[in-house]
Write a protein that binds this ligand. Structure first.
Ligand code: SAM
Length: 278
């Protein structure tokens, strides 16, 4: 596979080192109704038998989808290392797992009833081309359902503060970091908002996006919360000493909000977007 952009080279290098980072960080997170963000996405495509996961990573979402018998599943990802983990999942022994770019999907026209994507669409450059490719491989009436990151939850929601504090520390760290240790700008901001996504998907033939914002609770012991928040790409290029200082500062910062049984309340938002091909 040829990589066309420094952004994609960065993503490949990052996931060569951390091939399952997203699933490890967010797999145990849960919405107010108890479902993980992966399970929420899965529930959006109940009844779709041919499903493609765009940016499937280590295959956690595909494994959940495989619980419905008879499904034909496929996943595509830039990262050979993440795909290697997906291929090890027994539930995915029949799935087509392809190393490739969402901008050039290695599938025939009309191959799928649904396309899902968890925390990946917002990283993709040339997003109009991705939208056109998704429309091409979906059958008429097919559904695109994706989860994109939405940042910290508002101050009124329990747990938003810990994430906010982490982001403030991270911003400060990055400001002090030499340019060569900063990540390239990733993706297209329009994918993070309803109007922007409509602007991208509409011309590819999708009807208006259904948009929902959901808080995801990541509360737990401080080590666990740190593992989740520190999974952000921005930490990838930082040197060990800088990450260690960030970790220590975060531990101090959240001490005052830690409950008597050692839980740091932490939450972030996801946006769940669904659009049907006309
Ligand atoms: C944050 S990870 C999420 C992985 C997985 N969906 C999950 O939530 O566990 C984003 C994934 O999208 C993949 N990705 C990003 N841009 C891509 C592109 N243009 N084509 C295919 N995969 C891409 C990355 O390689 C990475 O595995």
């Amino acid at each position: 596979m040829t990589t066309t952009a420094p952004q994609e080279a960065f993503l490949q290098a990052f996931h060569a080192e951390y091939p399952a980072v997203t699933a490890e960080a967010f797999g145990r997170g849960h919405a107010p109704d108890g479902r993980s963000s992966y399970a929420i996405l899965c529930d959006r495509v109940v009844g779709s038998m041919r499903v493609l996961d765009l940016g499937c990573g280590d295959g956690l979402l595909l494994e959940l989808l495989a619980r419905s018998p008879g499904r034909q599943l496929a996943g595509v990802d830039l990262s050979s290392h993440s795909l290697a983990l997906a291929r090890r999942r027994p539930a995915l022994s029949e799935a087509k797992l392809e190393e490739g770019r969402a901008q050039e999907l290695p599938f025939a026209d009309d191959s799928f009833d649904a396309c899902v994507s968890h925390m990946a669409l917002m990283l993709m450059s040339d997003i109009e081309q991705v939208a056109a490719e998704v429309a091409r491989v979906l059958s008429p009436g097919g559904v695109l359902a994706c989860v994109v990151g939405g940042g910290a939850v508002g101050g009124e929601a329990v747990g938003g503060e810990a994430y906010e504090r982490f982001l403030t520390l991270l911003r400060r760290t990055i400001e002090e970091t030499p340019a060569e240790r900063r990540i390239p700008a990733l993706g297209d901001r329009r994918t993070r908002g309803r109007e922007g996504l409509d602007e991208v998907l509409g011309p590819a033939g999708f009807a208006a996006v259904d948009w929902e914002t959901i808080p995801i609770d990541l509360s737990g012991p401080v080590e666990q919360v740190w593992a989740a928040v520190s999974s952000l790409y921005d930490l990838g290029p930082l040197d060990r000493a800088t990450v260690e200082l960030l970790r220590k500062t975060f531990f101090v910062e959240v001490r005052d909000m830690t409950t008597s049984d050692g839980v740091v309340p932490c939450a972030f938002k996801i946006h769940l977007a669904t659009a049907r091909l006309r």
